[in-house]
Structures are given as C-alpha cells and as structure tokens.
Design a protein around this ligand. Structure first.
Ligand code: MLT
Length: 404
C-alpha cells in the first residue's frame, strides 16, 4: 500500500494567493455588477516591451527552420543569456560572479521552493516574519519545520525574525543560530530594504556561524535609493555563504513568460562539497531548461533598447507606488514601502485585523489587496497593496479607498 508524503497534510489552508483568488471569485459571482480592482497578487499588467517582443518573434522564426532550430537547452541555460546576466547584473556592479555560476530557470518561485532540496532535513531555517509564503511552505513539504501551532500560526522548528514598525521592517540577527537564512530585499511583502552595511552584517554573521543565506532579489529593479545593495554579492564574503535568486517577472513583465535564475558561487562549500555541484546535479536531473525562445527574450532585457524600455516600465509602476503611498497618507493611513519596491505596506485602520480589512475593502471599495497576516503572524494588522496595476486602476482604487 502506498503512503503519501504526509508533510503536505501539515500545511494549514491553501496557498495564500489561491485563497484570495477563490474569495474574490466567490464575491464576483455574487456581485457581478461590481468592477473589482485587483491590487492583491504582485502580477504585472503592462505588455512586454517592444525589444522583448521583437526577440520573441525572431526566436520563434528560428525554431521554424532546420538550420536554426533548437532542442533541449543546455543544463545551466544558454551562454548568450548567462553571459548577459553575469555582465549586466553582476560584473558591471563590481560583483564577482561568472557566467558558469548562473543557473537559468523558469522562474524564481520554483527555485525558491526547490533550493531547500540540496540541504539536509535537519537544517533549521530562519525566515522574516512576515514572509513570502513559498519559503516556509516548501520547507514544510520537505519535513523540516516541526509542528504547527494554529494559535501562534508558527512552526516549532522555524526561527522567526519579526519585521515590525519598530525595527523598520528589517530583521535583526536571530538569537538561535540557523543553518539556512531566507532574506528578501527589497522585501516582499513590506517593501522595506536594508543598506549595504546592514546586509554586510548578515553576510559576516552567516560566514561566522556556517549558515547559508538564500537571498531573494526579485525586486532589485525597483531600487531607487543610493545605499541599497542590488545584489548580495556586493558584500564582501558573500561568495562563501550566499545563494541569490533572481526573476524576470517583475523587472521585465515575464510573470506569464517564465524566466529566472539562481546564482551559486563556486566558493560556497560544505567541507569539500560544492553546493554549485549539487544544484547542477539536481538541475540536470530534474529540469530541461527554460525554452530557447524565452531565453532569447531574456537576452533582450539587457540590450540597450530593452534596458531603456524596461526602465520606463519600472518607472510606470513606481509612479503607481507613489500614487498609492501619497494617497493613503493623505487619507490618514500609516504606510511604508513603495520607494524601493512595488509593494505598499499599510496598517489596517480602526483595529481591524488583516482579513477583516480585506473583506471591508472588497465590499466597500471593490479593491483587492493582500492581508498581512497571510505572510506570517507579525503581518497581522497590516495589509499589502501592489503597484503593478494600471495607472487608471490605481487612481480609481485610491479614489474609492478615500471615499470609504
Ligand atoms: C506576490 O504577490 O507576493 C508575488 O507575486 C508572488 C510571486 O511572485 O510568486
């Protein structure tokens, strides 16, 4: 008789964004006359930039001719894309990362979920609280998190690092020593950042205690302030303690195209064992690579035209972020984020809890956001709005919120 992986049974509820999707669909079915504005999941709304469309068309045509047809992609990704990534995202920023330390994939969510596989189930993880739920849930599936306490909404074997208004939504070094540390900056969901000096402290700490930092930099393109690091490899010593996850979803609108990458420096070793080699083994065995067409589209992100067009796209979303931030402030809300990230983090009014405010906002304004408590217990009493809507919808949502 077969047995299931009963770690899955420990997971409370469904994935946060599936729960929200179901709730909104049910509300819509009951109120078909209502025009709902979705500022919940961080999904982009602007079309792909012309340089990317052009690269896609060209690659599609290549696939239609025997001489230029491409079958399976190389394990780590095509060199043309890995070279572009290494140069533009790392070497041009003074970060020492070479193209053979980059693993191209179909998105950062999969890599964020899969990376834990190369570590023992005995490892203890530390996460920010609130946190992108994928880090915790995938460790639950692997059996690494102990038991769940529904009262505190925490796992017995997870180290939580509260990110609160008091610490500027930036975690402090944990009292208990973790083996794996998940960090995401600019942060999802709070939109907070750390300075280079603060991130250096984490790198020094990880090297000191022998931990690995899994650094999610999916929102790097939204950094507007000077002292905010664009990659963890700007910090000295990160090559021996950090894995970085990157996405093309938020900087280039690839949420429906799917492309991302993971960086594992060759200096990251446990004794003689290189983590790069383990991930290469996993990648080769379980993955056949992002499509050629999509990798060509990824390459166009780094062309001069692509860069200029995407700069405009990011500016468009950041203008939405400013609109939300200023609009909410004017309406008397306590808000943060939205300066180096496309997320605005607000305190729910009148002592409402996060889900109460979700319902209130949906019913009174027809606006969908994300309840802070869905990201962890320290998110209770907070709410996240995304800047990824259209400008018109963003303005309309603000008008509705102000007149609630
Ligand atoms: C979010 O809304 O937190 C993100 O869109 C989720 C994701 O990128 O997977």
């Amino acid at each position: 008789m077969y047995k299931i992986n009963d770690n899955y049974l420990k997971l409370p509820g469904s994935y946060l964004f599936s729960t929200i999707g179901k709730k909104v669909a049910a509300y819509s079915a009951e109120h078909p006359e209502k025009q709902i504005i979705r500022l919940g999941i961080g999904d982009v709304t602007q079309p792909l930039a012309p340089a990317i469309i052009e690269a896609l068309h060209k690659a599609v045509d290549e696939m239609g001719k025997a001489e230029t047809f491409h079958g399976y992609a190389p394990d780590l990704g095509y060199e043309f894309l890995r070279n572009a990534i290494a140069k533009h995202d790392y070497q041009d920023r003074g970060a020492d990362i070479s193209e053979d330390e980059i693993f191209v994939s179909d998105g950062a969510k999969c890599d964020a979920g899969n990376i834990q596989e190369i570590f023992s189930v005995d490892n203890k993880i530390a996460v920010c609280d609130p946190v992108y739920p994928v880090y915790v849930d995938t460790n639950v599936m692997a059996g690494r998190t102990g038991t769940y306490d529904p009262k505190t909404e925490t796992w017995s074997d997870v180290i939580y690092m509260p990110c609160t208004a008091e610490n500027g939504f930036a975690p402090e070094l944990p009292k208990e020593t973790p083996d794996l540390i998940y960090l995401c900056f600019p942060n999802n969901p709070t939109g907070s950042t750390v300075t280079k000096a603060q991130l250096q402290e984490w790198v020094d700490y990880a090297n000191r205690v022998g931990a690995v930092i899994i650094y999610d930099a999916a929102y790097e393109a939204y950094i507007s302030e000077e002292d905010v690091p664009h990659t963890i490899y700007e910090c000295e010593g990160a090559r021996t303690c950090a894995i970085e996850l990157r996405s093309f979803s938020k900087n280039a609108g690839f949420t429906g195209v799917r492309l991302g990458y993971t960086v594992i420096p060759k200096d990251l070793k446990q004794g003689d064992v290189s983590l790069h080699a383990l991930w290469a083994r996993r990648h080769g065995t379980k993955y056949n690579g992002a499509p050629y067409i999509v990798q060509r589209a990824g390459e166009a992100v780094y062309s001069p035209e692509g860069k200029a067009q995407l700069k405009e796209q990011v500016a468009y979303y950041m203008n939405n972020a400013k609109t939300i931030l200023e609009g909410l402030k004017a309406a008397g809300y306590t808000v943060s984020g939205g300066v180096n990230a496309p997320y605005i983090w607000l305190k729910t009014p009148d002592g409402m809890n996060s889900w109460e405010f979700f319902d209130y906002l949906l019913e009174r304004a027809g606006v969908v956001g994300t309840p802070g408590s869905g990201f962890g217990p320290s998110g209770e009493g907070y709410f996240r709005l995304t800047a990824f809507g259209s400008y018109e919808n963003t303005v309309a949502a603000l008008e509705r919120i102000k007149s609630m």
